[in-house]
Structures are given as C-alpha cells and as structure tokens.
Design a protein around this ligand. Structure first.
Ligand SMILES: NC(=O)NCCC(=O)O
Ligand SMILES: [Zn+2]
Length: 435
C-alpha cells in the first residue's frame, strides 16, 4: 500500500533534548520505522519573519532522512506578513498556514487576525488550519485551577474543557464560512469540536477535521496518575479527553465526518516535562505518535472492523496527499508516482515503548501497548529504508516536497462567491427623493 503521510507533526522538537540515539534524525527514523514516508511539519516564524523561519527550518531539514513539507504558523499580522505569505506560496511551495486560537500571550491570534489570515489564504489558494481552543477562556480556566490549589497535570485538562474546543471550532468554521474559504481543523480531540465539523459538513461547508492518534485511542485518566513523570507525558493541547470522546472520534472517522489521521507528534523528554512539576502551565505540551500511527490505526480501526483496508489507505495517506495537493506524486502507487510504499503484515504484532522506539525522546504515551499489524518494509522513492527491524537511511536523503496552491478544496469557490454576490439583491437603486 502507499506509504503513510503524517499531515501534522512538530518533528523539530526531536532536535531538542537529550540525545538517546542517532542524534539528528531520530524523528525521521521513527517515522520510517513506522511506515510513514513523508511528513508535513510546521514552522513558527522567527520574530514573525516567515522567510527567516523557513530558512532556519530548511537548514535543519537538510539532514532529513525522509521527504517532508511545511505548514507555516501565522502569529501576528501586518503588511509584511501578508506579503511574505504570498512569497511563501508563490516561491517556496507552502500551501497551508496554521493559526493558533489558543496560547494567549504567545501564539494566539485574535478574530481580527484570523479574518485577515483567512482572506489572505483564500486569495492565495492556501489552506487555513486552526488550533481551535478559546485561548482567553483557557487562561481563565488555568487561573481557576491554580486558585483551587490544583497545580498538577490534571489541572491541564480541567482548565481547558471540551466546551472551549467546541466554541473555537464553531467560531473558526463560521468565520471561514463568512470568508468562503476551506478550513482544516487540526487535532480534533472532543465530541464538541467533532459535532461542529459534522454540522458544517452537513450544510455543505468545506471543513476538514483531523483527529490524531492520541485522541482516538487514549483517555485522560493518565493525567490523574499519582506519578508526575507518568501523568505529565500525556499533557498536550487540546487535552486528551475523558473516555467516550475517543470512541466517538473513531466513529466519526469511520463515517467520514473526520477525514484523515495526524499525530501532532511533538515530543518532550522527561526532563523537559519536569519543567512543570509544580505548575501544570509550565509542562511543555505534546505527545509522540509518528512511529505508532500506522500500527495503532490498523489495530484499532481495521482489526476491529471499523474501517476497511481501503479506508485505511485513504485516512493515513491518500487523503492527505489530495488535501495538500501532492497527489498522485504522493499517496498513490501509480506509474509516475514516487514509489513510497509500505508492506504491512496484518498478522504481525507490536509492543510499543520508549526502550524500543526510534525517537530521541525517553517518553512514550503508548508504553506497553500491544496490538496487531506490523509495518515490515518501508520504501521511500523506491529505496528500501526500513526492513525487518533495520533502518537503512542516510541523513539528507529526504527531499523537500513543494505543495502547490489551489488544491481540490478550492474548486468552484469563485462560483459560490458569484452566487453569493448575485443573492444580495443590492445595492438597491433608489431614486433621489425630490427636494
Ligand atoms: N498539541 C500540542 O500539545 N503541542 C504541539 C503544539 C500544538 O499544536 O498545539
Ligand atoms: Zn496545535
């Protein structure tokens, strides 16, 4: 089947922290071992300057062992950012921009900025992505927990409940509808957010919902673990929710309400997680998943009969390639495609954990998890890069994949704009009242 494509990772985090294995491409090695042949990362602009941000990440990525592309994050707004977005799309092959509605005081965007960004994305044929949580309310929730004396990892989940994810998802969807541009909601973690997406899709709006592996199979009980090192591993945003949300997200993936599976892979080691040992607000947010994604989705969705093998290929690979407009170069096994292929043995079994994974991090939220479905061979652009437990990759063998604008989600947008204008019945021609 076609190699996996992870639509949403933060592999740059693998460059930080304690080195436990080969020091520069641990995340890439992890991905290839897990049957993912390409990943799409995101870049936080350095001081708001996208060009500098891209250069610094491209420099790091020169050592990449796998093919990769970039989303970029827009965290402030002015004429320069607007012009740079254009340069990114037209000259650098970036076709998606991520907006954080959370992380007040650092990455969070206001509605005003989001509207400007949506409008700009639409004009460029670039996909707007949102991290949907109400950042102002999260800040209130955090203070509420601190005032109650709740400082441990459970305070993280309690301070940013599903209602805040539902609210921001609904707001982003409505603003995208107002602008009439497609929207991609990253890491959908709750029923509340998923239902907003379902409603918008029913009404014909072009909204993509991306669940991540952690949200599909874990629950928040770990955050109440008395051991801080264990509990803090599970801190990510939006939080992993209480049991029930995961199964509902699985059902939404089966029925097509949610369309493709990402990881939001963003690992921090135990020393980094311990920065927040006396205040959950200081625990770095993020969990692993890039090495586990293909296995866990096979085990939890295909082995249980919730999706077909064809659906599996779609949600782990093809859909991503189509959305980011690189199909059929990626996401397909066809003449002329890149020959990114995996061989997954459905009878093979796995046991996951920090001692055996290929990531640099010493934590793994799937520690001890067992299941069926094992990637035995990963082929990237025709080269066997992983076979029977052995990696065969050279640093720098990965290629930057340009993602062209105006993917299929933009088809016909100009027609619906024209229909909108025609529906206005305005301006009404009025004769000047006689003096
Ligand atoms: N999700 C998370 O907790 N960390 C990565 C940054 C983000 O996407 O919010
Ligand atoms: Zn996010």
């Amino acid at each position: 089947m076609p190699g996996g494509i992870d639509p949403h990772t933060h592999l740059e985090m693998e460059f930080m922290g304690t080195v436990t294995i080969d020091d520069f491409f641990s995340g890439h090695a992890a991905a290839l071992a897990g049957g993912t042949t390409m990943h799409i990362d995101f870049v936080i602009p350095v001081n708001g300057n996208l060009t500098a941000g891209l250069e610094s990440y491209k420099h790091k990525a020169e050592k990449s062992a796998m093919d990769y592309g970039f989303h970029m994050a827009i965290t402030k707004w002015n004429d320069e950012v607007s012009k740079e977005m254009e340069v990114m799309v037209k000259e650098h092959g970036i076709n998606s921009f991520k907006f954080f509605m959370a992380y007040k005081g650092s990455l969070m965007v206001t509605d005003d900025l989001l509207l400007q960004g949506l409008q700009k994305c639409k004009s460029l044929g670039a996909l707007a992505m949102v991290h949907a949580e109400n950042g102002d309310a999260v800040a209130e929730g955090q203070q509420r927990m601190i005032d109650l004396g709740i400082t441990g990892p459970e305070g993280h989940a309690l301070s940013r409940p599903p209602v805040l994810e539902g609210e921001a998802t609904s707001r982003a969807i409505r603003l995208a509808k107002f602008i009439n541009t497609p929207l991609y909601v990253v890491h959908v973690m709750s029923i509340d957010a998923m239902e907003e997406i379902a409603k918008a899709k029913r009404e014909g709006q072009r909204v993509i919902g991306e669940p991540v592996v952690s949200g599909l199979v874990l629950d928040d009980s770990w955050l109440w673990d008395p051991d801080f090192a264990t509990a803090s591993k599970y801190v990510m945003s939006p939080p992993i929710r209480e049991a029930g949300h995961n199964k509902a997200l699985q059902a939404a993936l089966s029925s097509g309400i949610l369309q493709l599976v990402g990881t939001d892979h963003c690992t921090f080691n135990s020393t980094q997680k311990a920065f927040g040992s006396d205040d959950f607000r200081k625990i770095p947010n993020g969990v692993n998943g890039i090495e586990e994604r293909m296995h866990i989705i096979w085990d939890s969705m295909v082995e249980t009969g919730k999706i077909t093998v064809t659906d599996y290929v779609r949600v782990t690979s093809t859909e991503c390639a189509k959305i980011f407009n690189i199909y059929p170069q990626k996401g397909a096994i066809m003449e002329g495609s890149d020959a990114d292929i995996i061989i997954l043995n459905p009878k093979g079994s796995f046991v996951m954990g920090a001692h055996t994974h290929h990531s640099r991090s010493n934590t793994n939220v799937y520690e001890g998890r067992k299941g069926k479905g094992m990637v035995e061979v990963t082929i990237s652009r025709g080269r066997v890069v992983w076979e029977d437990g052995t990696l065969n990759v050279a640093a720098g063998s990965g290629r930057y994949i340009r993602t062209p604008p105006f993917g299929y989600l933009f088809d016909g947008i100009e027609k619906s704009d024209a229909a909108y204008r025609a529906s206005l019945r305005a301006p009404v021609q009025r004769s000047k009242a006689a003096a």
